[in-house]
Design a protein around this ligand. Structure first.
Ligand SMILES: NC(=O)c1ccc[n+]([C@@H]2O[C@H](COP(=O)([O-])OP(=O)(O)OC[C@H]3O[C@@H](n4cnc5c(N)ncnc54)[C@H](OP(=O)(O)O)[C@@H]3O)[C@@H](O)[C@H]2O)c1
Ligand SMILES: *[C@@H]1O[C@H](CO)[C@@H](O)[C@H](O)[C@H]1NC(C)=O
Ligand SMILES: *[C@@H]1O[C@H](CO)[C@@H](O)[C@H](O)[C@H]1NC(C)=O
Ligand SMILES: *[C@@H]1O[C@H](CO)[C@@H](O)[C@H](O)[C@H]1NC(C)=O
Ligand SMILES: CC(=O)N[C@H]1CO[C@H](CO)[C@@H](O)[C@@H]1O
Length: 338
């Protein structure tokens, strides 16, 4: 048999561990992980996944590392390094962590929300293929190594090629989508650079409108916001701002099958199950929100091309200051205890 395809998952949280466990089912694929807080649990017991679609199963990664340095010492030549940390460029530049791991022919796969997540990797590793992926999965890691897949598996992946085609990146991109399919993810699909960027902007129309608005209105559910006349007007206008700016930046219209702002809001109104955006959950937990990739980067990317998105800019400015104030207060409280 030919030598196995070596995949390294960097940031084995809910998303990374779920897709890692699926890739491991494809023939002749080895999947290893870099874990952080969950290292000891995962290195002794592996992962346990519960899923309405794939059932309950255990998954033991080929190798488990406590940090990237240990992964480097293993001397494995990684075919794919999957990055599935939360994208927090204002907190840490995770691309730096991959130095020493990216070799000739290593492709870097980014499974992260938001916009502009690729730039740091493309700058640091100019000759590596960067594959950009967007998922709609709902999953959570509720305890060390315990992955709860709730619903949805769809993942779209496209080579990040802002300066023109590359047959190597396109080939690696198609292969990665095929491995996911072989692992049972039937709706994994390979896209072009432009179409994948349009997917990112389209997803942003939901996240960049709903998430900050939920936090700024002190934890409204998506449905409550879409049902309130003033808030619904605000969400609609914010979505339109994003959906009309993106095609001007990318130079291509949204494919017809992508839902309009009206449709997105109509389906949100129907779902009264009480779900709140993950940004609200992060805010409540006192964690840093994915503010830069959901709000800051899109505003800056548009501005570089001469476009302003004033509603988005307002949400960004207010929320960023709210986070700064919250963190200052928390620091103050921590110091007072000492
Ligand atoms: N969960 C979902 O349903 C969902 C759906 C769609 C998109 N997404 C997107 O997918 C991305 C990942 O989300 P997630 O829910 O999987 O987050 P998560 O469960 O918090 O996973 C992130 C993982 O990365 C680890 N990590 C971070 N920095 C690390 C480092 N320097 N070294 C080693 N490990 C590191 C974290 O370890 P620690 O525990 O030590 O912090 C954690 O295990 C985000 O961009 C998110 O927006 C998530
Ligand atoms: C936000 O809501 C919580 C309850 O979820 C409440 O305790 C808190 O006082 C509210 N904060 C503001 C500023 O209204
Ligand atoms: C509505 O949201 C809930 C919780 O996020 C989810 O369980 C349910 O499947 C959603 N319903 C529809 C119709 O999308
Ligand atoms: C983005 O929106 C999706 C769909 O509403 C949601 O599942 C996800 O948690 C959101 N992501 C963030 C970072 O808030
Ligand atoms: C030991 C430890 O910190 N475990 C963590 C495993 O991952 C979940 C979800 O990311 C955390 O909530 C746990 O604290």
């Amino acid at each position: 048999m030919s030598s196995p395809i070596e995949v390294l998952i960097f940031g084995a949280g809910a998303v990374g561990a779920f897709y890692g466990s699926r890739l491991a089912q494809a023939p002749n694929v080895h999947v290893s992980c870099v874990c952080r807080s969950n290292y000891s649990a995962v290195s002794s017991n592996g992962f346990h996944v519960t899923s309405p679609q794939y059932g309950d199963y255990s998954w033991t990664p080929t190798r488990v590392f406590p940090n990237p340095k240990e992964a480097e010492k293993s001397n494995v030549r990684w075919d794919y390094i999957v990055v599935s940390t939360k994208a927090l460029p204002d907190v840490s530049d995770d691309s730096k962590q991959l130095e020493g791991l990216v070799k000739d022919k290593t492709a870097i796969v980014l499974i992260q929300n938001g916009l502009g997540v690729e730039e740091g990797y493309a700058k640091r590793f100019p000759s590596a293929a960067i594959l950009s992926a967007v998922t709609v999965i709902s999953a959570a890691q509720e305890q060390h190594g315990e992955i709860k897949h709730n619903r949805w598996t769809r993942i779209n992946i496209g080579p990040y090629l802002p300066s023109g085609p590359s047959s190597q990146a396109e080939q690696q991109n198609a292969k990665f989508a095929e491995l996911l399919q072989q692992g049972g993810v039937k709706d994994a699909e390979a896209y072009t650079h432009a179409k994948l960027q349009l997917v990112r902007w389209h997803k942003l129309a939901i996240n960049a409108s709903m998430n900050p608005s939920s936090v700024l209105s002190n934890g409204s559910t998506n449905a409550a916001m879409a049902l309130d006349p003033e808030l619904s007007h605000h969400l609609h206008a914010t979505m339109l701002e994003i959906l009309t700016t993106a095609p001007k930046i990318i130079g291509q219209d949204f494919p017809r099958e992508f839902a309009s702002a009206d449709k997105l809001l109509a389906s949100t109104r129907k779902n009264t199950s009480g779900s709140r955006p993950s940004m609200w959950l992060d805010w409540e937990a006192g964690k840093k929100m994915e503010l830069e990739v959901i709000l800051g980067n899109p505003i800056r990317i548009a501005r570089e091309k001469g476009f302003e998105m004033p509603r988005l800019q307002t949400l960004y400015a207010l929320l960023k200051m709210a986070q700064t104030n919250r963190d200052k207060q928390a620091d103050g409280k921590a110091k007072a205890k000492l």
